[in-house]
Ligand binder design. Structure first.
Ligand code: SPV
Ligand code: MG
Length: 292
């Protein structure tokens, strides 16, 4: 525990599945916190989308770090930072870990793709992986760089995404466990849960698993529990930006079609709700107390 805020490691010591919501801003992070999520996913995909660019190593470490720091300043939930490939080689990973830990992240996820990466879920995307030994070096650099053992290093295996099959994915995950990773994220873009369920059943390592069931949302908490407790964390990888995009597009279309904003009034957040999320109460209290 850090003060009265449970660390991610502490939360993982229980038997409950942790539900982790994607965020791209302090506002979306605060909404996820209020909705009762266990932790936040500081998503590279969401930040890239926010800037209108592909999730292909276009957003810099500094941009993603600024977002992570701003979120950490506003919420009390642990943040799992998506650091893609670690922004370069093992040396870059070492530097990134120091920065992300200082910025207030509770964990990082590093993926075994080559830099620059291409987003995982896009059809026909180039999915090149680095050699196993190279990625083990990145994991070891991350572990050596962290100041606190409570800061978790999650190794993400993209072998299924790259179409290399279950045997390669298992061999890589075993190698990443040997390198000392704290958890393993196994990703799949299959349209059904079969591929991931088969992987989870075949996994006989010690490390707990993390999954991102974006393309197979049928794999809910109940079905994950039926896999026997090997999956400890589920990340809702892009649901904040997709929800915001659908809501904005719908509202904008309607205002244009109606020639005014009356029709959308009841369906959008009242200004007072935005004031609340901005902390206007505190602002007014401080103003009253100190402005003379
Ligand atoms: C992200 O949200 O940036 C992720 C998850 O890495 S995914 O886009 O599914 O690869
Ligand atoms: Mg990502």
């Amino acid at each position: 525990m850090t003060g009265d805020i449970p660390t991610l490691r502490h939360k993982l010591s229980g038997s409950e599945l942790l539900h982790v919501m994607a965020t791209h801003s302090p506002l979306s992070a605060r909404l996820a916190e209020e909705a009762g999520f266990d932790a936040l996913w500081a998503s590279g995909f969401e930040l890239s989308a926010l800037y209108g660019v592909p999730d292909a190593s276009f957003v810099s470490m500094t941009q993603h770090l600024d977002m992570t720091r701003a979120i950490a300043a506003q919420v009390r939930l642990p943040i799992v930072a998506d650091i893609d490939t670690g922004f370069g080689n093992a040396n870059n990973v070492f530097h990134a870990i120091r920065e992300y830990e200082r910025a207030g992240a509770a964990a990082v996820v590093i993926e075994d793709k080559s830099f620059p990466k291409v987003t995982s879920l896009v059809a026909g995307g180039r999915q090149d992986l680095v050699r196993i030994e190279e990625f083990q070096g990145k994991i070891e650099a991350a572990l050596a760089a962290r100041r606190s053992a409570d800061f978790l290093v999650i190794a993400r295996c993209e072998a299924l995404i790259a179409g290399l099959g279950q045997q390669e994915a298992l061999a890589r995950c075993q190698a990443y466990e040997r390198a000392g990773a704290d958890l393993l994220l196994i990703h799949s873009k299959s349209r059904t849960p079969d591929e991931i369920e088969a992987f989870v059943r075949a996994w006989n390592g010690k490390l707990p698993l993390v999954i991102v069931p974006t393309s197979y949302p049928e794999l809910d908490a109940q079905r994950i529990a039926a896999l026997g407790g090997k999956v400890r964390m589920v990340i809702y990888g892009n649901h904040a930006i997709r929800a915001a995009t659908a809501a904005m597009a719908d509202t904008f279309r309607r205002i244009r079609a109606d020639g005014g904003a009356l029709g959308v009034q009841a369906g959008i957040a009242p200004v007072e709700e935005i004031f609340r999320l901005q902390g206007m109460e505190d602002f007014k209290r401080l103003e009253k107390k100190y402005l003379r």
